[in-house]
Design a binder for this molecule. Sequence first.
Ligand code: ME8
Length: 534
Amino acid sequence: MTASCYYVTTPIYYVNDKAHIGHVYTTTVADVLARFHRLRGVRTFFLTGTDEHAAKVVDSARERGRSPQDWADENAGAFQETFDRLGMTHDDFIRTSQERHKSRVTRYVQALMAGGDVYPGEYEGWYDAGQEEYVPESKAKEFDYKSPINGKPLVRKREKNYFFRLSAYGDQLLSWMESNPRAVLPEARRNEVLGRIREGLNDVPISRSGQEDWGIAVPGDSGQTIYVWIDALMNYLTTIDTDERREFWPCDVHLIGKDILWFHAVIWPAILMALNRRPGYEWVTTPRSVYAHSFWISEGMKMSKSLGNFIDLPKLEEYIADFGLDAVRFYLATQGPLGATDSDFAHQRFAEIYNTALANTLGNSLNRVCNMSGRYADGLLPPVDTAVADVAIGQVIGKLKSNAGERTKSGISAYEQVELHIAADAALALVRDVDSAIEQVQPFKLAKDAARLDDVKVFLAACAEALRIGSLLLWPILPGKIEAAWRRLGCGDYAKHLENRGLGQLEAWTRWGAQVGPRQLEAGDPLFPRHQEK
Ligand code: ME8
């Protein structure tokens, strides 16, 4: 049974910076998941956006002699433009400086105050200005009172604050995680969070003073601004808190990086639990899962601007120019740090993966089948269920058919588990099945005998059928190239169903024989020209 709707989010990105591989990566993974669910016929909501009320936005605007709003407008515009150019299919782009967001955050905080979960107090601790967060004493000591993220000295800070009563939610958080094995993923991150919750939770400050002109005021206290992290987390709810969209809640997966796990796996669900107790917010339940990926490194080394090995947008654009947008999506989706270990973005590895998986496997197989069909059948292949005279060929076709069923099942389940490399592997395995079937049957030899030409045509129809099924499984990752492949396989209609975020019927379409009747194949240029090092 597939769910009736699906909601996937990315972090909202700090608007003082330009997009880099971290942003493009998480958004690409979300895009793949959104496309997969739409392909499956599930109404989908994919959200991304920008986080604008950080103190560093005020600082970087000031350095440039700009107002925070003006500076945020420029950078949020650049993020939007980048994601559009990269073909991302988000359904909305939330900016936290928008009125629709601010008014709802105010309402949520009011509700939390009315329930006693937000109360006034005073806080003193070690503050990481770059991350906009307090670091617990033990962690501050462990890192020699420097930021665990960027190494800059932590600042001792004392301020009057409003607090969120996180300490009251330890048991409820534990039972949420224990009854939902997928609440926090991957496993290593889940264990990390469970361990920290079991150590006990302190209340957390959720407001700041001194930034009155940029941010959302604490209701009833204009001297305090809602802490940027609390404001930011609420974007996941504010955007869909309308009559038309509320059904998308609870979120199916909040995709994030491992550095922002605590906020998403502990503070955010606890805020939702607290809101859920307030009248009118009964629908606000905990997310189905929070998925924290690891980091990209670059050519074997941690990325840093000073080393000059940072994979920024211009660098990604170079890869797109050399290999194509879909090849970059493929590398990000299948070679990325979805698990608990970091992944290397390295040129040589990129070229190897491109040549092996895309040029030599997918592109090559499609070309072989289309070209042979042109040569032996003028491109016109009989229906896939046409009988063959040769028993051995019949067996090879039978094997292709049963493999297609198996590969489809494991591909779909891998997408459901956010295991994108396994999903792609399942589809590519089916493509390799086609190659081995061709090696076994040797249609190029049989075709020389006119009496066997009919069998050759039926065999090629089965190959095309397997490629059609494999291509459907690859579409979420390689949408542009697969749509080109569909035109050549005589099933260009899928693209029409899916354009403008339309819905497909993956389960029905991947059935063997779903494309009925004869089909016309087209020869053409290689989908993925082999990459030669310059
Ligand atoms: O954290 N590899 O925004 P952000 C993979 N505004 N991912 C990386 C990465 C790398 N090398 N470097 C960074 C914020 N990231 C907040 C989020 S959500 C309510 C608020 C990821 O623009 C990082 O893990 O600093 C994070 O998830 C994302 O980029 C956005 O970072």
